[in-house]
Write a new protein. Sequence first.
Length: 205
Amino acid sequence: MLASACPGWRLTGGGALVGFHLAHRTTRDLDLLWGGLERLDRVPAEVRAALTADQLGVATVQTAPSFHRFRVTDGRLVTVLDLVAEPVAPVEPPEPHLHGDVEVFVDSPHEILVNKLCALLGRAELRDLEDVGALLEKGGDLERAVADAPRKDGGFSALTLAWVLENLDVEGIGGVTGLTPDELADLDRVRRELVDRLLCVTRPE
């Protein structure tokens, strides 16, 4: 219903990785981007109408001109739905995927890797670190992603990201998220390896 009632969006982030590319973790968060827009304007109202028409409960959690977060429930499960106006062009075009009989446009793994690197620089959340590690393990090109990242965030620097990650307290953050010691150890390994690789990317030949 949403794809036909509110066209123009593409799926990105963890929802795209889990649902279409990697299936490496679970998620109850969906990120929908409207490309070429500075502001969402009527998009949240149209999305709400489409969701309620499908008998879903919808509540606004956060709103801004270019961002809107819904809490969506069918009475049993809850999903956080983020709507984002994205004025910056993607570095790669989205890929069409069939979900049932509906065509959904999904960001490519490389596009998501670029966005996740930018997100790590700005917020350093463990789920972003986990996703970057999974993307690189599946063959993601870190050097290319680092080169593309300034197109999405003009302040991006691989050296700055390496510094942020060097000082990221994985155990301290993870201790309040319910992660197991083994999961924390694995994430800290990903952190250390990513720091080393970022420094290699920036090191002169």
